[in-house]
Design a protein around this ligand. Structure first.
Ligand SMILES: *Cc1c(COP(=O)(O)O)cnc(C)c1O
Length: 406
């Protein structure tokens, strides 16, 4: 919808003109100060009904906004900004990242279709495919995330969708996005990529051949662990169908959340830069520890996908995992339970550090997790890394005392 509105005289540069540098666009895109009486940020429009002046206008739906569910100046501000940053044709906002995944899949699939999904996807993506799409006659097949251009061998005549997530949830496999997107395009298969880890700041899926880019705004865009929001941005080909699916489903995001997300967006660049720097520092420190078998962070040279990350991504966020040496549940709890600065909890992307143990073996079907010890995913927040490392060092001492391996 962002593209369909007229551009006002005082619109800031960046929405339709030549590309500016990303840090500038993060600050300027989507803002229309003439409409806000000069205030810097868009107002929060709380609205369902839009009043029309005449029956004729009502019949023609002849107003810039027609009904709260279909968009307000508040939602338009964020949609326009994300469309610009993703280099897409349009964006829809939905109530969660998972809803964005569902909306993207519903856009490209119908009964009788075959869908390929990376085995490394966010687990609720898998639940949606197996628990919901299956009921409507879509068959999902999971593939090895590192398959690259070999994905073409899995295409069937009825393959209509290819879902990627790079790096993978919890295990951080890097995917060869351009090669896979090119193979899919040749075969007429639509591609969707969950870009929550990198955000449009560090990776732009549409520029790498992807049709629909998915973002859980809950994470880094929001940035403060206080909202649930999802966004889908499509290229020119898929935008009309994405917009239509979104309209049919009634899955609209609330105004306060959208406001907070556009507010978070303005500082995304400075936050992510710090998450990246601190994340790499803590990851490197962990890599040197005898209790840790392997660090799964694409920005480390030791990562099998490091070459792809360097080729395609302009940065890394603060989320990565480690595989520990062999250790019991008791050792794992001794390590994590008494951490002072790392909260134990799901989600991530806020300003604070988090740790969560994981085990992909019960649900992965196309690949094996062959690490000897437990997996732990860390989110490195904006705290001072000296304090974070001291906290982890004390935790690793507890791990050893509880019999954890070195
Ligand atoms: C958290 C997450 C989601 C889902 O976002 P919600 O807003 O929590 O529904 C989707 N994809 C990835 C990679 C995530 O980490």
């Amino acid at each position: 919808m962002s593209k369909n509105k007229g551009i006002s005289d005082s619109e800031l540069p960046g929405d339709d003109g030549p590309a500016l540098h990303m840090d500038t666009e993060i600050v300027t895109s989507g803002r229309r100060i003439d409409q806000y009486n000069g205030f810097v940020n868009p107002p929060v429009y709380q609205g369902s009904t839009v009043l029309y002046p005449t029956v004729e206008a009502l019949k023609a739906r002849d107003l810039p906004y027609t009904y709260g569910r279909r968009g307000t100046p508040t939602t338009e501000a964020l949609e326009t900004a994300l469309t610009r940053l993703e280099r897409g044709a349009g964006t829809v906002l939905v109530p969660s990242g998972l809803a964005a995944i569902a909306t993207a899949l519903q856009t490209v699939l119908k009964a009788g279709d075959h869908l390929l999904v990376t085995d490394s996807c966010y687990q609720p993506t898998r639940n949606f495919c197996d628990g919901w799409l299956a009921r409507f006659g879509v068959e999902t097949e999971y593939y090895d995330p590192c398959i690259g251009a070999g994905i073409a061998d899995l295409f069937r005549p009825n393959t209509k969708g290819l879902f990627l997530e790079s790096p993978g949830s919890q295990t951080f496999e890097m995917q060869d996005v351009p090669a896979m997107a090119a193979a899919a395009r040749t075969a007429g298969v639509a591609t969707i990529l969950d870009n929550t880890w990198a955000t449009a700041l560090y990776f732009r899926p549409i520029e790498h051949g992807i049709d629909i880019s998915v973002q859980a705004g809950t994470k880094y865009v929001g940035g403060h662990s206080d909202i649930m929001l999802g966004a889908d941005t499509a290229n020119e080909d898929w935008w009309p169908r994405l917009r239509k699916t979104w309209e049919l489903s009634g899955s609209c995001a609330g105004p306060d959340v959208v406001y907070l997300a556009q507010r978070g967006l303005r500082t995304l660049s400075v936050r992510l830069e710090r998450h990246m720097r601190s994340g790499i520092e803590v990851a490197r420190w962990l890599e040197g520890r005898p209790e840790v078998a392997r660090v799964l962070h694409p920005a480390l040279e030791s990562h099998p996908g490091h070459r792809l990350w360097k080729r395609d991504y302009s940065g890394a966020s603060g989320l990565f995992s480690v595989a520990m040496k062999q250790g019991s549940d008791k050792a794992l709890s001794a390590f994590l339970d008494q951490l002072q600065l790392f909260g134990l909890g799901f989600s991530w992307g806020g300003y604070e550090s988090l740790a969560v143990p994981f085990d992909p073996r019960p649900y992965r079907t196309a690949t094996d997790w062959r690490e000897e010890g437990p997996g732990i995913r860390f989110h490195i927040g904006l705290e001072d890394t000296r304090d974070l490392i001291a906290d982890l060092e004390a935790g690793l001492a507890r791990w050893r005392e509880a019999g954890g391996g070195t």
